[in-house]
Design a protein around this ligand. Structure first.
Ligand SMILES: [Fe+2]
Length: 136
């Protein structure tokens, strides 16, 4: 059973951003399945790195969309992306020293952060985009 469902409650109405969120949810579920399937930590780390790389790419795409739309809260939003990437990178560095760090707690952290970020931050700039005059 997936640890996170991409359903209507996570759909924000921007085709590209929704597709990115769907992919992030799929990677988190892959990590969860691998963890409960008892695979080696080395493989979990590989999936965790995939998540890390994909979310970095997604953040940069989203930031371009926000800047193009001149979203007024973009600085705050970009800061939140940066602080999450900093935590991911610190976590990855610690993993290299201690091999049992990827656990259900890690997955809970990713699920909670992504859900909260979509609800509280990503929905705001989609509202901003939908309020723009057509043709921009
Ligand atoms: Fe975002």
């Amino acid at each position: 059973m997936p640890v996170m469902e991409f359903d209507n409650s996570l759909t924000i109405g921007h085709e590209l951003i929704d597709e990115h969120h769907k992919t992030l949810v799929a990677i988190i579920n892959m990590l969860h399945d691998a963890l409960i399937g008892g695979v080696e930590q080395k493989y979990l780390h590989y999936i965790f790195n995939e998540f890390n790389e994909y979310i970095s790419y997604y953040f940069s795409e989203e930031e371009i969309i926000m800047c193009d739309a001149m979203f007024e809260m973009k600085d705050e939003h970009i800061t939140e992306h940066g602080s999450f990437l900093g935590r991911l990178s610190k976590f990855s560095e610690e993993y290299l020293e201690k091999e049992d760090l990827i656990s259900n707690r890690t997955i809970d952290w990713l699920v909670t952060w992504l859900t909260r970020h979509i609800f509280l931050m990503d929905t705001q700039h989609v509202v901003c985009l939908s309020e723009q005059p057509k043709g921009r």
